[in-house]
Ligand binder design. Structure first.
Ligand SMILES: C[S@@+](CC[C@H](N)C(=O)[O-])C[C@H]1O[C@@H](n2cnc3c(N)ncnc32)[C@H](O)[C@@H]1O
Length: 209
């Protein structure tokens, strides 16, 4: 058995660390503490765990008191990994802390980024913290109301609307995977929080049957 791969950290910083800690309507950006200890990385960036060797300051987005996004090592490194898979026009479901947008802006193969967010307060709070980059367009609305026919051609879809227990949400993720395929059959699809290579292999199964 291979030994677990650790990411050792005694400090932590992401683009969200420079955001003002403030509340706007139902949305709030807050700092919180990651206590010393070992936390899962699920293989992201080649690590099984990260080890906080000192307490780390991290940033979270709360909406009506519920935590919707954090910028901890698992989430930030996941966003970097997702962003690297895209090119052309990328459609993102959910703005959150906008970490995926920072990561996509660093990918020169990405030519256009459309993000749809249903909470206007999140757009007003996080929107001004995104890079000044004319590839970015933010829409206010529900992702599932988007009509692919009235949009520019989409080369990639990034879906990050699940919050909660991965294994319990897997049946829903499967449904979303195929719904995304129906709407954008030619696009690279990724769902945050799930094994996207495994999901892609289901497409192969469908083609053979
Ligand atoms: C997990 S966060 C996204 C995190 C983001 N990927 C990032 O990098 O920071 C999910 C966001 O999606 C928004 N949201 C939830 N359901 C939505 C929907 N049906 N349509 C559009 N936005 C939605 C939430 O308000 C929240 O801001």
């Amino acid at each position: 058995m291979k030994p677990p791969r650790y990411l050792y950290l005694d400090e932590w910083e992401t683009p969200a660390h420079s955001y003002p800690r403030q509340k706007l309507g139902c949305a709030e950006i807050k700092a919180y503490r990651i206590t010393k200890g070992v936390y899962p990385m699920y293989g992201v960036s080649g690590f099984d765990y990260f080890k906080a060797e000192a307490p780390l300051t991290d940033i979270q987005l709360k909406i009506r008191g519920k935590t919707w996004m954090v910028s901890d090592p698992l989430h930030w490194k996941s966003m970097l990994e997702h962003a690297d898979k895209y090119h052309g026009h990328v459609l993102c479901a959910g703005l959150g802390l906008g970490l995926i947008i920072h990561a996509l802006c660093d990918n020169r193969r990405v030519k256009q980024i459309t993000v749809i967010e249903r909470e206007r307060d999140v757009i007003n709070l996080v929107g001004p913290q995104l890079p000044r980059d004319n590839r970015i367009k933010i829409l206010h609305g529900d992702f599932w109301d988007l009509d692919p026919w009235v949009m520019d051609k989409v080369d990639g879809v990034f879906y990050d609307l699940f919050v909660g227990d991965g294994p319990k949400l897997y049946p829903q993720a499967l449904r979303v995977w195929f719904q995304l395929h129906e709407k954008w059959p030619d696009a690279v699809r990724r769902i945050h929080g799930f094994n996207n290579e495994q999901l892609e292999s289901l497409d192969g199964l469908l083609e053979r049957t």
